[in-house]
Unconditional design. Sequence first.
Length: 318
Amino acid sequence: DSDVDAALTPKACIAGVEDAFRSRGMGVSQPTGVTGVHLTGGGVHVKAAALAPDLGVFAAKVNANFPANPRLNGLPTIQGLVMLLDAANGTPLAVMESGVLTRLRTAAATAVAARYLARPDATVLTIAGCGAQAESQIAFVHQVRPLARVMAFDINEEVARSFATDVTRRLGVEVRAATDFHQACRESDIIITCTSSRVPFLGPGDVPAGAFVAAVGADNPEKQELDPALFAKGGAVLVTDVTAQCAELGELRHVIEAGVLTSDEVRAELGDVVAGHRAGRLDAGEHIVFDSTGTPIQDAAAGAAAYDRARTLGLGTW
């Protein structure tokens, strides 16, 4: 994991993930595969994808997600491996730890979405959930929208205070612990939710005009962070990473079940926006939500970037 962390700088990871979404939007990315198995206390999912043909890389990721691991077993919530293959002849190229890769490629997708969907003058961010994902989310968004202030909220106030102190020191961005999440959101240009919540907590009264929301937490049908009323007529517009997947696993699933939107009313997939085929933000006052469920092309892109830089830097065991 330390080698993956050293290889995947924010700049390299964002560039790789952005290119992968662009390829998807241009229709040149290869088919992907996703499957999952529920287990007692958690589950395992497998995601597989090849990048655009000229890049010649295939990646398969096996991730185990056991939310109680830190508390019960002293282990990470997510554990797993990525296997990288040469797509031209099937030769294995690398095996790498997947927890760090997953965290970084998820943050990279948020950064790409913020680059295309947040207002250019966005400088204030509120983040909900101060777990392992949160610092990367802030660091990567800071690459595309220089942040003047960050407000961090967690249901455990002490965790938020400690997080704010540590991240301020490491990133050089002013991070404050927020005790009133809803008020913090109303003062923000960018809102990121990265929790394991199964009860929606962000509603229409929390999102100011022109704000960009990245909903990162919902990656299975049981999870939900956003109130579907956020998307009621005249409310927020929705951009997805993969619309069909979001309709099964993401916030879009709950919005459809509430009868507020259909899949056809999603404005665009992120790849279509990056490729210039669909509109992203139409005006400065729009509320735009990015439904981020995580795609195999992100794993392949991040894996390829890590592999290339590991070869250059001499990281890993050969």
